[in-house]
Design a protein around this ligand. Structure first.
Ligand code: ADE
Ligand code: ZN
Length: 334
Protein backbone atom coordinates (compact mmCIF):
# COMPACT_ATOMS: atom_id res chain seq x y z
CA UNK A 1 0.00 0.00 0.00
CA UNK A 2 1.31 3.47 -0.85
CA UNK A 3 1.39 5.93 2.04
CA UNK A 4 -1.53 8.37 2.05
CA UNK A 5 -1.08 12.04 1.20
CA UNK A 6 -1.07 13.71 4.62
CA UNK A 7 -1.54 17.10 2.98
CA UNK A 8 -5.09 16.10 2.06
CA UNK A 9 -5.90 15.02 5.64
CA UNK A 10 -8.31 17.71 6.97
CA UNK A 11 -6.85 19.24 10.13
CA UNK A 12 -6.87 22.20 12.50
CA UNK A 13 -3.77 24.16 13.44
CA UNK A 14 -3.97 25.23 17.09
CA UNK A 15 -0.39 26.31 17.80
CA UNK A 16 0.78 28.80 15.23
CA UNK A 17 2.48 32.13 15.89
CA UNK A 18 1.57 34.22 12.87
CA UNK A 19 4.83 36.18 13.27
CA UNK A 20 6.63 32.83 13.04
CA UNK A 21 5.36 32.42 9.47
CA UNK A 22 7.39 35.42 8.28
CA UNK A 23 9.56 34.02 5.49
CA UNK A 24 12.89 35.81 4.88
CA UNK A 25 11.76 36.97 1.42
CA UNK A 26 8.68 38.68 2.88
CA UNK A 27 10.74 40.08 5.77
CA UNK A 28 13.07 41.85 3.32
CA UNK A 29 10.18 43.02 1.12
CA UNK A 30 8.40 44.54 4.14
CA UNK A 31 11.65 46.05 5.43
CA UNK A 32 11.99 47.87 2.11
CA UNK A 33 8.32 48.88 2.00
CA UNK A 34 8.52 50.33 5.53
CA UNK A 35 12.05 51.78 5.46
CA UNK A 36 13.21 49.45 8.24
CA UNK A 37 16.80 48.20 8.26
CA UNK A 38 17.18 44.56 9.22
CA UNK A 39 20.49 43.62 10.92
CA UNK A 40 21.15 40.94 8.25
CA UNK A 41 22.84 41.32 4.86
CA UNK A 42 20.21 39.49 2.80
CA UNK A 43 17.80 36.55 2.68
CA UNK A 44 20.59 33.96 2.63
CA UNK A 45 22.37 35.59 5.56
CA UNK A 46 19.14 35.55 7.56
CA UNK A 47 18.43 31.89 6.71
CA UNK A 48 21.95 30.91 7.75
CA UNK A 49 21.13 32.12 11.27
CA UNK A 50 18.29 29.61 11.64
CA UNK A 51 20.52 27.37 13.72
CA UNK A 52 19.18 27.66 17.25
CA UNK A 53 20.63 26.50 20.54
CA UNK A 54 17.49 26.90 22.58
CA UNK A 55 14.26 28.88 22.85
CA UNK A 56 15.98 32.16 23.77
CA UNK A 57 18.39 32.09 20.82
CA UNK A 58 15.37 31.69 18.53
CA UNK A 59 13.34 34.41 20.26
CA UNK A 60 16.18 36.93 19.82
CA UNK A 61 16.09 36.49 16.04
CA UNK A 62 12.29 36.20 15.87
CA UNK A 63 11.72 39.48 17.74
CA UNK A 64 14.33 41.26 15.58
CA UNK A 65 12.51 40.21 12.40
CA UNK A 66 9.15 41.34 13.77
CA UNK A 67 10.38 44.95 13.45
CA UNK A 68 9.44 44.90 9.74
CA UNK A 69 5.71 44.50 10.53
CA UNK A 70 4.29 48.01 10.76
CA UNK A 71 1.00 48.50 8.91
CA UNK A 72 -2.39 46.84 8.77
CA UNK A 73 -1.56 45.70 5.22
CA UNK A 74 1.66 44.01 6.47
CA UNK A 75 -0.35 41.87 8.90
CA UNK A 76 -2.94 41.06 6.23
CA UNK A 77 -0.20 40.04 3.79
CA UNK A 78 1.50 37.89 6.45
CA UNK A 79 -1.72 36.09 7.38
CA UNK A 80 -2.77 35.60 3.75
CA UNK A 81 0.61 34.08 2.83
CA UNK A 82 0.33 31.66 5.75
CA UNK A 83 -3.28 30.72 4.97
CA UNK A 84 -2.42 29.92 1.36
CA UNK A 85 0.31 27.49 2.52
CA UNK A 86 -1.93 26.10 5.26
CA UNK A 87 -4.72 25.41 2.76
CA UNK A 88 -2.26 23.39 0.66
CA UNK A 89 -1.46 21.37 3.81
CA UNK A 90 -5.12 20.50 4.48
CA UNK A 91 -5.69 23.05 7.27
CA UNK A 92 -9.43 23.80 7.55
CA UNK A 93 -9.39 25.74 10.83
CA UNK A 94 -6.67 27.80 12.48
CA UNK A 95 -6.32 29.51 15.86
CA UNK A 96 -3.56 32.05 15.40
CA UNK A 97 -1.32 33.48 18.14
CA UNK A 98 0.03 37.02 17.95
CA UNK A 99 2.26 39.10 20.26
CA UNK A 100 0.93 42.69 20.59
CA UNK A 101 3.41 43.69 23.32
CA UNK A 102 6.31 43.21 20.90
CA UNK A 103 4.54 45.19 18.17
CA UNK A 104 3.83 47.95 20.71
CA UNK A 105 7.58 48.26 21.36
CA UNK A 106 7.90 48.87 17.59
CA UNK A 107 5.24 51.59 17.82
CA UNK A 108 2.43 49.53 16.30
CA UNK A 109 -0.92 49.82 18.13
CA UNK A 110 -2.78 46.59 18.90
CA UNK A 111 -5.78 47.78 16.85
CA UNK A 112 -3.61 47.87 13.72
CA UNK A 113 -2.47 44.31 14.37
CA UNK A 114 -5.98 42.99 15.06
CA UNK A 115 -7.51 44.78 12.05
CA UNK A 116 -4.78 43.49 9.72
CA UNK A 117 -4.96 39.89 10.94
CA UNK A 118 -8.77 39.81 10.88
CA UNK A 119 -8.74 41.05 7.29
CA UNK A 120 -6.32 38.22 6.48
CA UNK A 121 -8.60 35.67 8.17
CA UNK A 122 -11.55 37.01 6.15
CA UNK A 123 -9.58 36.46 2.95
CA UNK A 124 -8.62 32.98 4.14
CA UNK A 125 -12.27 32.11 4.76
CA UNK A 126 -13.42 33.41 1.38
CA UNK A 127 -10.53 32.11 -0.71
CA UNK A 128 -9.65 28.82 1.02
CA UNK A 129 -12.64 27.99 3.26
CA UNK A 130 -10.45 28.13 6.38
CA UNK A 131 -12.28 29.12 9.58
CA UNK A 132 -10.60 30.32 12.75
CA UNK A 133 -9.65 33.24 14.90
CA UNK A 134 -7.06 35.03 16.97
CA UNK A 135 -5.47 34.23 20.32
CA UNK A 136 -3.76 37.22 21.89
CA UNK A 137 -0.54 36.12 23.60
CA UNK A 138 0.94 37.58 26.74
CA UNK A 139 4.73 37.85 26.41
CA UNK A 140 5.73 36.40 29.76
CA UNK A 141 9.17 38.05 30.02
CA UNK A 142 7.63 41.53 29.79
CA UNK A 143 6.36 43.10 33.05
CA UNK A 144 3.00 41.87 34.35
CA UNK A 145 1.83 45.52 34.32
CA UNK A 146 2.32 45.54 30.54
CA UNK A 147 0.04 42.48 30.23
CA UNK A 148 -2.56 44.23 32.37
CA UNK A 149 -2.36 47.35 30.19
CA UNK A 150 -2.81 45.19 27.09
CA UNK A 151 -5.99 43.70 28.56
CA UNK A 152 -7.31 47.24 29.15
CA UNK A 153 -6.68 48.02 25.49
CA UNK A 154 -8.27 44.91 24.03
CA UNK A 155 -11.23 44.70 26.44
CA UNK A 156 -13.61 46.59 24.08
CA UNK A 157 -12.67 44.18 21.27
CA UNK A 158 -12.63 40.95 23.27
CA UNK A 159 -15.59 39.62 21.24
CA UNK A 160 -13.35 39.81 18.13
CA UNK A 161 -10.80 37.45 19.72
CA UNK A 162 -10.99 33.75 20.50
CA UNK A 163 -8.72 33.59 23.48
CA UNK A 164 -5.65 34.49 25.48
CA UNK A 165 -2.32 32.66 25.51
CA UNK A 166 1.07 32.92 27.20
CA UNK A 167 4.34 32.66 25.30
CA UNK A 168 8.03 33.73 25.04
CA UNK A 169 10.94 32.84 27.38
CA UNK A 170 9.57 30.21 29.74
CA UNK A 171 12.08 29.32 32.46
CA UNK A 172 11.92 31.89 35.27
CA UNK A 173 8.51 33.22 34.15
CA UNK A 174 6.02 30.76 35.68
CA UNK A 175 2.29 30.85 34.91
CA UNK A 176 1.58 31.95 38.50
CA UNK A 177 2.76 35.48 37.59
CA UNK A 178 -0.25 35.83 35.31
CA UNK A 179 -3.04 34.41 37.46
CA UNK A 180 -4.81 37.80 37.75
CA UNK A 181 -4.39 38.57 34.05
CA UNK A 182 -5.94 35.25 33.04
CA UNK A 183 -8.79 35.61 35.53
CA UNK A 184 -9.68 38.95 34.00
CA UNK A 185 -9.36 37.57 30.47
CA UNK A 186 -11.86 34.85 31.39
CA UNK A 187 -14.25 37.53 32.63
CA UNK A 188 -13.92 39.15 29.19
CA UNK A 189 -15.08 35.86 27.65
CA UNK A 190 -11.67 34.78 26.32
CA UNK A 191 -10.76 31.08 26.13
CA UNK A 192 -7.50 30.26 27.94
CA UNK A 193 -4.37 28.46 26.72
CA UNK A 194 -0.69 28.77 27.72
CA UNK A 195 2.74 27.58 26.68
CA UNK A 196 3.98 25.36 29.50
CA UNK A 197 6.39 22.47 29.76
CA UNK A 198 8.29 23.35 26.58
CA UNK A 199 11.66 23.94 28.28
CA UNK A 200 10.43 24.32 31.87
CA UNK A 201 9.40 21.35 34.03
CA UNK A 202 6.02 19.69 34.50
CA UNK A 203 5.35 21.96 37.51
CA UNK A 204 4.70 24.79 35.03
CA UNK A 205 1.99 22.68 33.38
CA UNK A 206 0.33 22.09 36.76
CA UNK A 207 0.39 25.86 37.39
CA UNK A 208 -1.14 26.60 34.00
CA UNK A 209 -3.94 24.12 34.75
CA UNK A 210 -4.61 25.07 38.36
CA UNK A 211 -3.93 28.82 38.42
CA UNK A 212 -4.64 29.93 34.84
CA UNK A 213 -7.36 27.29 34.29
CA UNK A 214 -6.24 26.71 30.73
CA UNK A 215 -8.30 24.52 28.40
CA UNK A 216 -5.28 23.43 26.33
CA UNK A 217 -1.55 23.36 27.02
CA UNK A 218 0.84 24.54 24.31
CA UNK A 219 3.77 22.11 23.95
CA UNK A 220 3.42 20.46 27.38
CA UNK A 221 5.97 17.81 26.43
CA UNK A 222 7.67 17.85 29.87
CA UNK A 223 4.42 16.38 31.23
CA UNK A 224 6.10 13.12 30.28
CA UNK A 225 8.20 13.40 33.48
CA UNK A 226 5.15 13.34 35.78
CA UNK A 227 2.85 10.26 35.63
CA UNK A 228 0.25 11.94 37.84
CA UNK A 229 0.09 14.88 35.43
CA UNK A 230 -0.24 12.57 32.42
CA UNK A 231 -3.15 10.81 34.11
CA UNK A 232 -4.77 14.18 34.89
CA UNK A 233 -4.43 15.42 31.29
CA UNK A 234 -5.86 12.17 29.95
CA UNK A 235 -8.74 12.02 32.43
CA UNK A 236 -9.80 15.62 31.84
CA UNK A 237 -9.08 15.49 28.09
CA UNK A 238 -6.86 18.58 28.22
CA UNK A 239 -5.19 18.63 24.82
CA UNK A 240 -1.50 19.30 24.22
CA UNK A 241 -0.58 21.29 21.11
CA UNK A 242 2.66 19.51 20.27
CA UNK A 243 5.11 20.88 17.67
CA UNK A 244 7.63 18.14 16.86
CA UNK A 245 9.91 20.01 14.42
CA UNK A 246 10.01 23.03 16.75
CA UNK A 247 11.05 20.80 19.64
CA UNK A 248 13.92 19.40 17.57
CA UNK A 249 15.06 22.81 16.24
CA UNK A 250 14.99 24.43 19.70
CA UNK A 251 16.63 21.35 21.23
CA UNK A 252 13.79 20.71 23.63
CA UNK A 253 14.44 17.11 22.53
CA UNK A 254 17.84 15.84 21.37
CA UNK A 255 16.45 14.42 18.09
CA UNK A 256 13.12 13.49 16.52
CA UNK A 257 13.46 9.82 17.45
CA UNK A 258 13.74 10.88 21.12
CA UNK A 259 10.47 12.85 21.02
CA UNK A 260 8.00 11.71 23.73
CA UNK A 261 5.02 11.82 21.33
CA UNK A 262 4.43 8.06 21.37
CA UNK A 263 4.55 7.95 25.18
CA UNK A 264 2.12 10.86 25.44
CA UNK A 265 -0.34 9.15 23.09
CA UNK A 266 0.06 5.80 24.88
CA UNK A 267 -0.70 7.55 28.18
CA UNK A 268 -4.09 8.52 26.71
CA UNK A 269 -3.32 12.24 26.35
CA UNK A 270 -5.22 14.13 23.61
CA UNK A 271 -2.29 15.14 21.41
CA UNK A 272 -2.49 17.52 18.44
CA UNK A 273 0.22 18.25 15.84
CA UNK A 274 1.18 21.82 14.91
CA UNK A 275 3.98 23.89 13.41
CA UNK A 276 4.64 26.70 15.99
CA UNK A 277 6.91 28.99 13.88
CA UNK A 278 7.09 27.20 10.53
CA UNK A 279 9.27 29.70 8.69
CA UNK A 280 12.00 29.29 11.29
CA UNK A 281 11.74 25.57 12.06
CA UNK A 282 12.02 24.04 8.62
CA UNK A 283 8.45 22.97 8.10
CA UNK A 284 4.76 23.81 7.98
CA UNK A 285 2.10 21.59 9.50
CA UNK A 286 2.24 19.05 6.65
CA UNK A 287 5.95 18.56 7.35
CA UNK A 288 5.16 18.04 11.04
CA UNK A 289 2.60 15.33 10.20
CA UNK A 290 5.20 13.74 7.89
CA UNK A 291 7.72 13.78 10.77
CA UNK A 292 5.15 12.03 12.98
CA UNK A 293 4.54 9.42 10.26
CA UNK A 294 8.31 8.81 10.16
CA UNK A 295 8.11 7.93 13.87
CA UNK A 296 5.88 4.98 12.95
CA UNK A 297 2.38 6.42 13.42
CA UNK A 298 0.04 4.64 11.00
CA UNK A 299 -2.78 6.09 8.90
CA UNK A 300 -5.47 5.53 11.54
CA UNK A 301 -3.31 7.15 14.21
CA UNK A 302 -2.56 10.16 12.00
CA UNK A 303 -6.27 10.57 11.30
CA UNK A 304 -6.90 10.40 15.06
CA UNK A 305 -4.34 13.18 15.64
CA UNK A 306 -6.18 15.32 13.09
CA UNK A 307 -9.53 14.49 14.73
CA UNK A 308 -8.01 15.52 18.08
CA UNK A 309 -7.06 18.90 16.60
CA UNK A 310 -10.66 19.51 15.55
CA UNK A 311 -12.14 18.32 18.85
CA UNK A 312 -9.69 20.45 20.86
CA UNK A 313 -10.36 23.56 18.78
CA UNK A 314 -12.65 26.42 19.76
CA UNK A 315 -14.71 26.00 16.58
CA UNK A 316 -18.47 25.81 17.06
CA UNK A 317 -20.17 22.41 17.34
CA UNK A 318 -21.50 22.44 13.76
CA UNK A 319 -18.10 23.20 12.25
CA UNK A 320 -16.47 20.52 14.39
CA UNK A 321 -19.00 17.90 13.29
CA UNK A 322 -18.48 18.85 9.65
CA UNK A 323 -14.69 18.66 9.89
CA UNK A 324 -14.73 15.40 11.86
CA UNK A 325 -16.88 13.86 9.11
CA UNK A 326 -14.26 15.01 6.57
CA UNK A 327 -11.50 13.31 8.59
CA UNK A 328 -13.51 10.06 8.74
CA UNK A 329 -14.04 10.23 4.97
CA UNK A 330 -10.29 10.73 4.44
CA UNK A 331 -9.45 7.78 6.69
CA UNK A 332 -11.97 5.53 4.91
CA UNK A 333 -10.43 6.27 1.52
CA UNK A 334 -6.75 6.31 2.62
N1 ADE B 1 8.06 27.99 20.71
C1 ADE B 1 7.77 29.12 21.36
N2 ADE B 1 7.80 29.12 22.70
C2 ADE B 1 7.53 30.24 23.36
N3 ADE B 1 7.24 31.39 22.79
C3 ADE B 1 7.20 31.45 21.45
N4 ADE B 1 6.94 32.46 20.63
C4 ADE B 1 7.04 32.00 19.38
N5 ADE B 1 7.38 30.70 19.40
C5 ADE B 1 7.47 30.33 20.69
ZN1 ZN C 1 4.63 28.42 20.46
Amino acid sequence: MTSPDLRTLPKAELHLHIEGTLEPELAFALAERNGVTLPFADVDDLRRRYDFEDLQSFLDLYYACMAVLRTEQDFTDLATAYLERAAADGVRHVEMFFDPQVHAVNGVPVDVVIDGLRAGLDIGRERFGITGGLIVCIVRDHPVASAEALLDEIAPRAHELLGIGLDSAEVGYPPSLFEGVFRRAAELGLRRVAHAGEEAPAAYVWEALRLLEVERVDHGIRSIDDPELLAHLAEHRVALTVCPLSNVRLRAVPELSAHPLRELVDAGVVVTINSDDPSYFGGYIGDNYAAVASLGFDTAELAQLAANSIEASFADAGRKADLLAQVREWAASA
